[in-house]
Every structure is written in C-alpha cells, then in structure tokens.
Write a protein that binds this ligand. Structure first.
Ligand code: PLP
Length: 397
C-alpha cells in the first residue's frame, strides 16, 4: 500500500543532492504523475496524453508541423541507435563529428549499421570546426553531431554545421541529449532531420524514455530504403503505427509517459529561453564561488562552453576521488572526468532541476566544510543575486 500523502512517502528516503550530468533530480510534477493509477497502453486517455506529448515535443525541438515525434522505450542511447538503424543502409557514407565519448559512440553505432564512417575530430575540450565538416561533405548521406558533448562540456556549433549540410542533400542527425529542453532548439529552421534526447537529462523526468523528432524528409528517406531496417523495435513504421494510428506495436511504459508529460509541460511552462538564462546564471555563480580556489574552465573559448555541463579543471593537489567520496557520504553526487579527463576535471550538472540554487548551496556548504575554506557560499549568493533580472522601477511623479 502506498501512503496517501506523497510527502510522507518521500521522507522515507534520505534526501539526495544529485548534481551529476544526468540523471537529474526528478521534477515534483513528474514524481506526482508517475504515481497515477496504471492505465493500459491502448487506453484512450493514454493516446490523448501521447498526442499532447507529440505536440509538446514539436515545440521543444522547434520541429515543423509535419515532423514525427515520439518516445522510444529506452534511454538516450536507444534514441541514438534508432537514428542509425532507420536512416542508414549498408555502404552509406556517414560523416560523424567526434570530439568526445558520445561522438565516438555515434561513430561506432553507425559502423554497426553498415555505414562507411568518416570522422571529423577536434582536440579534447574544443568544438568541431564547421570548415572541417565542409571539407568532407562530398558524397555523404548523413552527418551526425553531438550538440553538447557531455564528456568534455563542449557545445558544438550545430546551427553553423546545419547550414552547410542543408546545401549538401545529406540528412542531419543531432544528439540533443544535453541541450533539448534547456536551450532553444530550432530543428526546422536549422534543418535538423533527426534529433533525440534522454528523459532523465534536461527535462528532469525518470530515465527510460528517449524523445525523438523525425523530419518529413528523414521519414521519406526511411520509406525509400532498399533494405529492411534491421531493428524491429525502433522501426519508424512500427512506431508510427502506435503513435499515429493507435495500433499495437509494443507495450509502452505508461507510467513513464505520465511522468514525462508532466516534466515536459513544466519545462514549456517555464519557457526554454528562461531555462537557458537560468543555466547561465547558475553556471556563472558556481564559477564565481569556485574560481578563487584555483578551479578554471576546461573549455577555453567561452562560446564553446556547454552551459548545462560545467566542466572545471581541478586545482593542483585537490584529491578528486577522495573529495567526491566524502561528498557522497553526505548524500551529494558530483561527477569527475571521463577517460582522458579523469582526475583532471569535475563535470557539474546544470540540467533541469539540477540548475537550481538550493542543491548548489548544499554542495558549496559541504565543500566549505570539507576543505576548511570559507567564502564560497557568499560569492555564490552575491553572483546569483547580481544576475537577477532587474525589476522595472516605479515611475517618479
Ligand atoms: N549522448 C550524450 C551527449 C550523453 O550525454 C549521453 C549520456 O550521458 C548519451 C548520449 C547516452 O544516453 P543514455 O545514457 O541515456 O543512454
């Protein structure tokens, strides 16, 4: 039996301050919606909810009216895999921008679906140069790029890359895992053909759903395939059968749909521009708090910094693993580097509900205590207050 009062239920667990680059703390509206009584995946109320999710996803991705949107029952990687499974045929030339772990994951998946992969790379901590993309576009059927490379905190110049791809006839796939829902995303205006994210990132919904957007052009390319899609589960036709024609394909996780719907509604209510501003103000306040200790930006060029993952180079001598373990003892989770940046950086999550002052106050207070340093919280508060939008002053009479 569930206690009738959700607050009582939640106090059975110790509170946790989750500041990783995903998953993010669940939005309270999503927690509440998750606990709705179960309905069947073919229930009319669920189909009505799905239609709202599809329309809301079009807004989040800035997709055209005719774009197909849906939730895949899996994490962000399933969204990634579905793009290559549906839109790549053996022998296709696919140009993958790979300046970190997730770009490399894309390249590996494209190859598994039979693509001949061309890589455009950049130094770690640097964005992909659109000129490099332009130089390798000839004869390419698809270009794939990660918008925000979570492994290094780099923002790739998707609008500029899209502009080049648009004139080439290739499809453009964008990994929007750390951007969609937090940053304005103009899929249609930019010319994005396939975009995906994970529910547990910028939307602060539970993990287990991959929201995708497929342009009409991409759907037409899929429909004209010479060979069947080797993935039955993610097949666009099967997904369309359920999401558009309301016929059975597989049993969707209905309670995750409830939670996702509520989280996406909350994000759109706040507004993507307001969310983008909130992230930047938070990032600035955290950096102001930590910089005097010797933390510095890992990504040198400001315009290449991903606002939702604050990648900070650690001060000399800081005990990375030991400190993070002590924070975890206090129910605070933060993430270090990945692969070559392990021990070198921290990646502080600023997606969805993580990008709020309250959890960072808890983190900074714990850090002050563990390091025996003072002033971090004060600097944070000053920067945060100074970045408040100015209220209009009453007119003098
Ligand atoms: N792409 C990016 C940019 C990511 O950050 C992640 C996960 O962190 C993924 C793809 C894979 O998503 P998931 O772990 O939900 O499968």
């Amino acid at each position: 039996m569930l206690p009738s009062d959700l607050t009582t239920l939640l106090t059975e667990y110790p509170p946790h301050t989750l500041l990783t680059p995903g998953p993010t703390p669940i939005h309270p509206d999503a927690t509440r919606a998750f606990l709705r009584p179960m309905l069947g995946h073919m229930d009319r109320e669920v189909f009505a909810l799905n239609r709202e999710i599809q329309a809301d996803l079009r807004r989040m991705y800035g997709s055209a009216e005719g774009a197909f949107t849906a939730l895949l029952a899996g994490t962000g990687s399933l969204g990634m895999e579905a793009g290559f499974a549906n839109l790549v045929e053996p022998g296709d030339e696919v140009l993958v921008c790979a300046n970190g772990s997730f770009g490399r994951r894309m390249a590996e998946m494209a190859a598994r679906y039979g693509a001949r992969v061309r890589l455009v790379t950049a130094n770690l901590g640097e964005a992909i140069d659109p000129a490099e993309v332009a130089a390798h576009l000839d004869g390419v059927q698809m270009v794939a790029v990660v918008h925000g490379e979570t492994s290094t905190g780099v923002l790739n110049p998707v609008p500029e890359i899209a502009e080049l791809v648009r004139h080439s006839g290739a499809l453009l796939t964008v990994d929007a895992v750390t951007t969609a829902g937090m940053e304005p995303f103009d899929g249609d205006a930019w010319g994005v053909d396939y975009a995906y994210t994970g529910a547990q990132k910028c939307l602060s919904a539970p993990p287990g759903l991959a929201p995708v957007a497929v342009s009409e052009r991409a759907f037409a390319r899929f429909s004209a395939r010479r060979t069947p899609n080797p993935s039955w589960y993610t097949d666009f036709e099967g997904l369309r059968a359920y999401w558009s024609d309301q016929t059975y394909h597989h049993t969707v996780p209905v309670n995750l749909h409830f939670a996702f719907h509520a989280a996406l509604r909350a994000a759109l209510r706040e507004g993507l521009e307001a969310r983008a501003l909130r992230v930047r103000r938070m990032g600035q306040a955290i950096f102001t708090a930590l910089a005097p200790l010797g933390f510095s930006h890992y990504v040198k060029r400001p315009e290449q910094r991903l606002p939702t993952v604050l990648a900070l180079r650690l001060p000399e001598g800081l005990d990375d693993a030991g400190l993070r373990s002590k924070l975890r003892d206090r129910h605070i989770s933060i993430t270090g580097g990945l692969g070559p940046t392990a021990g070198l950086i921290w990646r502080l999550g600023l997606m969805g509900e993580a990008a709020r002052p309250e959890p960072y106050r808890i983190f900074l207070a714990a850090l002050e205590d563990l390091l025996g340093e003072r002033g971090m919280l004060e600097r944070f508060e000053q920067s945060w207050a100074a970045s408040q939008p100015q209220r209009p002053q009453p007119a003098m009479v």
